[in-house]
Design a protein around this ligand. Structure first.
Ligand SMILES: Nc1ncnc2c1ncn2[C@@H]1O[C@H](COP(=O)(O)OP(=O)(O)OP(=O)(O)O)[C@@H](O)[C@H]1O
Length: 353
């Protein structure tokens, strides 16, 4: 069931057109990530959904009810939108216990003591924090504090949980764990969540749908695998994944399409729009396989360096002016090697005419 509908939202700030017609929907039991570089408008879009910013244009509906209608100049206050908000800074009250922190908003809303206690304990239990209810924030780890912040948002039983970079204060290991449990929580509780992140790994791992924002507009929307495997533009291809990017001349003939640079050429598939001529190739690093011997479809390249990354080796390859990275499981001596780069993995983007 669709809980959140955002249609054609425009927002101006300081005289600048910050959001340029953003639209998306989110269903119960799913996570939508707003992904993009710094300044792309992720937080502004989330704040518009929360009611903390008033868009000049657009429609936002939560649980089937309009909370914003730009044309009718209708807007519903944040506290009446049925949302839970989690910010990057957990903003816990230091002198209140975990239970008191979670209960605070319910008290403000006049929920009686018995109901508050039950809801707080249920929510803490759901999130695995029941045993920490009487602790103070400074007696908790960063990961636990972040869970309390999420608990505080969930205690209102919101239809939509809005999270702005909720994992960015955690170290890398905790972040990976948090991605997993936030996803599990949203699925278990069957709520709808919107996650702002600039971290592509987080968006790919945690979400059902990704909205890739660029300069206040949606560059591409889709399931993580779809957006990763079938980018529609050079921007989307380059933003996600670890990539080899090369500039050259794209030409089409009867047998297919090819990109050519100084001393190198590769067959590929055109994903972008435009004419033959100057363009770019994007090749995901994991699509390049390096061998010690020649073979069908292999290209002779020069291995310039081999770096140990712990769980794998990184090879630095050269072919004329073409430079590429590849990964492998063993060290290789510098010199002649043979690379396999499947044609369907060489994505070609002609420069827009
Ligand atoms: N109050 C404001 N007045 C003017 N411009 C603003 C205001 N708030 C944000 N902006 C601008 O709007 C653009 C989008 O900001 P926003 O915070 O939504 O981006 P973001 O994608 O969330 O970035 P980050 O990842 O750095 O938080 C930026 O260029 C920012 O400078």
């Amino acid at each position: 069931m669709t809980e959140l509908i955002v249609q054609n939202v425009h927002k101006y700030l300081g005289g600048l057109h910050i959001l340029k017609g953003a639209s998306f929907t989110a269903s119960r039991g799913s996570i939508v990530s707003l992904l993009g570089a710094s300044g792309s408008g992720k937080t502004t879009l989330l704040r518009c959904v929360a009611g903390l910013e008033q868009p000049e244009n657009g429609v936002i509906k939560i649980g089937g009810k309009a909370v914003l209608d730009g044309e009718k100049r209708m807007t519903v206050a944040p506290e009446n939108r049925n949302i839970g908000l989690v910010f990057q800074s957990y903003a816990l009250w230091p002198h209140r216990t975990v239970a008191e922190n979670v209960a605070y908003g319910l008290r403000l809303r006049g929920v009686n003591k018995a109901d508050t206690e039950k809801r707080v304990l249920d929510t803490l239990g759901n999130i695995g924090l029941g045993h920490l209810a009487e602790r103070y924030p400074d007696q908790l780890s960063g990961g636990q504090q972040q869970r309390v912040a999420i608990c505080r948002a969930l205690v209102y039983q919101p239809k939509v949980l809005l999270m702005d970079e909720p994992l960015s204060n955690l170290d890398a290991k905790l972040r990976e764990e948090a991605r997993y449990w936030i996803r599990k929580l949203v699925l278990d509780l069957e709520i709808c969540a919107v996650l702002v992140t600039h971290d592509q790994a987080e968006a790919l791992a945690a979400s059902d749908n990704i909205l890739l924002l660029r300069d206040g507009a949606v560059a591409q929307e889709g399931a993580p695998q779809e957006i990763y495997d079938r980018p529609k533009s050079f921007f989307a291809a380059d933003f996600l994944g670890a990539n080899n990017v090369a500039s050259g001349r794209i030409s089409r003939n009867a047998s297919g399409t090819r990109i050519q640079g100084d001393g190198w050429s590769l067959d590929g598939v055109v994903l972008g729009e435009g004419e033959d001529g100057d363009g770019k190739a994007v090749i995901r690093v994991e699509q390049v396989a390096v061998h010690g011997q020649p073979g069908p479809g292999r290209i002779e390249m020069r291995l310039e360096a081999c770096l140990f990354l712990g769980d794998r080796w990184e090879y630095r390859l050269a072919w004329g002016a073409f430079r590429a990275k590849a990964f492998g499981t063993r060290p290789l001596a510098s010199g002649q090697v043979w690379a396999e780069i499947p044609r369907q993995s060489v994505w070609l983007f002609p420069e827009a005419a």
